[in-house]
Design a protein around this ligand. Structure first.
Ligand code: GAR
Length: 224
């Protein structure tokens, strides 16, 4: 099996990055496989986090990557004259390293369509709500949970989706639901949703890397 080389784009804490790192290799029989036979161990892996790029030099995610021995790169958008130039710089770095897929994990910039076209159907994102509701420009981090609570819905959750040229509009890969509880604050809800994000993102990436995801129109289907 070919291992999918993944770059993760981050801006902050990177707990989703950590979940992707921790699940690169199966946990079952983890030690046995690792110690006894490295090539078998390799066969059990279908994706590898090969690069982490942050637009924010202070992001804790960079430390997480460093601890895991993953190459890091800081590319601040402010150094580029517009979003297109920034997207071009990102694409150049990714292509240089033969990256197959890109995961946005708390990456707080909207990418120029140039980027999406260069990695068509190969960019994934995690969003802390059940899309298509509570998505779009301005809907990130706590703003999302505030809007969910304000709306009075009984359920929230997270969505992993392909990134298209819109904002949070690409084909949905999978979603996890959580109950909204009486007395929830944006913080308590965010914490509950985040636990599910850490399950959903590696699961979606494994599906992608195993070639089981097919995009048909606006939908992502899992082939058995
Ligand atoms: C996560 O909750 C992620 O879903 C959200 O930012 C947080 C990043 O946390 N992303 C968005 O809101 C994008 N629209 P992390 O840095 O600990 O992974």
């Amino acid at each position: 099996m070919k291992v999918t080389r993944v770059a993760v784009l981050v801006s902050g804490g990177g707990s989703n990055l950590q979940a992707l790192i921790d699940n690169q290799r199966p946990k079952v029989k983890l030690q046995i496989a690792k110690c006894s036979n490295e090539s078998l161990w390799g066969k059990l892996q279908n994706y590898k986090i090969s690069l982490v790029i942050s637009n924010n030099p202070e992001a804790y995610a960079l430390e997480r990557a460093g601890k895991a021995g993953i190459e890091t790169l800081i590319l601040t958008d402010k150094k580029y004259k517009n979003r297109l130039e920034y997207a071009k710089a990102l694409v150049k770095e990714l292509k240089k390293r033969n990256i197959d897929a890109v995961c946005l994990a708390g990456f707080m910039l909207i990418l120029h369509p140039y980027f999406v076209r260069n990695f068509k159907n190969r960019v994934l994102n995690i969003h802390p709500a059940l899309l298509p509701r509570f998505g779009g420009e301005g809907m990130y981090g706590h703003h999302v949970h505030e809007a969910v609570l304000k709306s009075g819905v009984k359920e929230s959750g997270c969505t992993v989706h392909f990134v298209d040229e819109g904002c949070d509009t690409g084909p949905i890969i999978l979603q996890k639901k959580v109950r909204v509880r009486k007395g929830d604050t944006p913080d308590t809800l965010a914490k509950r949703v985040l636990k599910y994000e850490h399950i959903a993102y590696p699961q979606a990436l494994k599906l992608f890397a195993s070639g089981k995801l097919k995009i048909k129109g606006k939908k992502a289907k899992i082939e058995k």
